[in-house]
Write a protein that binds this ligand. Structure first.
Ligand code: ARG
Length: 357
């Protein structure tokens, strides 16, 4: 099974990169021997890098895949000590943020015995009873059980919660604030929006998925791109089970009604996108609007067609949450078949939420 998966991956990668049949056979023999001797095998740095890029290319939910070849891979497979772990995390934050000109970046820890990261993203805001991000209540409680106490604002950056492979106890690490870039949100035409004091962080670094390449599962692989504006403005800010900001924004905009037929709710959603987009730009932070992202995705589809590869996708995710019908993705279907290499949600059992609940 492992050998089959390894063979499939090596064949695909080496063909795409125009390696000779000879080189391919040599590498496959090497891998076969390694598996026979040790039960597993280790990717070369090049295989790890290309495999991670292929995983992005195969990510059915992602509209940003045009840029799959630019993914930067930090090889952290040999990290063991606490110091080296924190170093790798800080390097990721710094390199990916890049002063606002965000780079797509992934850090890959050990395949056999990786450190565990409990956070859903490296940077996220705590969720309390009536404040903060409700999506992060569980991880906030875990942090509190470990002795952390947030300031209690709507935007307290959570500490990193992790466990090293040879230790039994979880550790916590407050991210250095100079490595956490944030953007205060304001609106060009509604100056009072600023008074709400809403903000968002620049870099979404997913830290709760597995990466599978050629039969090898990497269980700790924080990775990021940059935001598409509606992820923040429509989902994080407007969803009733997230920041639920419609009413507060209506006050700031001095709208006198939220009646369905006034269309003010819709107006607020659009204006929030305008606010988030231009606030990010004003602060020199990379972000893409939904119409441009959809155009880029069309470009990706053309590239893939030229390479004789089929694009798979998950329609409900590829359709943006603002003005979905304005983009081509809405108007046709996608096969949601999962190709490998790819990123996978962790299975329920291994998804260690708060162990105290
Ligand atoms: N939707 C998630 C969030 O709002 C981020 C998912 C990844 N997004 C991205 N543009 N790479 O935090």
């Amino acid at each position: 099974m492992l050998l089959e998966k390894a063979t499939e991956f090596i064949n695909t990668m080496y063909d795409e990169l125009d390696y000779s049949q000879e080189e391919k056979t040599k590498r496959l023999n090497e891998i076969e021997n390694e598996i026979n001797e040790s039960g597993t095998y280790r990717h070369t740095t090049e295989e790890l890098t290309y495999g991670a890029r292929m995983a992005w290319r195969n990510s059915n939910r992602c509209i940003g895949r045009l840029f799959w070849e630019t993914l930067i891979v930090q090889d952290a497979r040999d990290v063991e000590s606490n110091e080296a772990f924190i170093d790798a995390i800080n390097t990721h934050l710094k390199e990916a943020t890049n002063g606002g000109k965000i780079k797509s970046y992934i850090t890959v820890f050990s395949q056999d015995n990786p450190p565990t990261i409990y956070n859903n993203q490296l940077i996220r805001y705590a969720g309390y009873e009536d404040k903060g991000d409700p999506a992060e209540k569980e991880i906030t409680q875990l942090a509190e059980h470990l002795g952390w106490q947030g300031e209690g604002t709507d935007f307290d950056v959570l500490p990193l919660i992790y466990k090293l492979p040879h230790e039994n106890q979880m550790r916590m690490y407050e991210l250095p604030s100079e490595l956490v870039l944030e953007v205060p949100i304001e609106h060009r035409n509604y100056p009072r929006l600023k008074e709400l004091g809403i903000k968002w962080y620049a870099v979404p670094i997913i830290s709760n998925m597995d990466l599978k390449i050629g039969g090898i599962t990497y269980g700790t692989v924080p990775f990021n791109g940059w935001y598409m504006v509606n992820e923040i403005a429509v989902r994080n800010f407007t969803d009733s089970y997230r920041y639920n900001l419609i009413e507060k924004v209506a006050d700031a905009f001095e709208f006198d009604t939220l009646k369905n037929t006034s269309f003010n709710k819709d107006r607020i959603v659009v204006e929030l996108n305008d606010a988030v987009y231009h606030s990010f730009k004003k602060n020199g932070v990379s972000i893409v609007d939904h119409l441009t992202a959809a155009k880029q995705f069309e470009h990706f589809e053309r590239n893939e067609e030229h390479a004789h590869r089929k694009v798979t996708g998950k329609w409900s995710w590829l359709v943006p949450s603002l003005s979905p019908t304005l983009v081509p993705n809405y108007h046709h279907g996608y096969s949601n078949e999962m190709r490998e290499p790819n990123f996978f949600y962790k299975k329920k059992a291994e998804k260690q939420g708060c162990p105290f609940h």
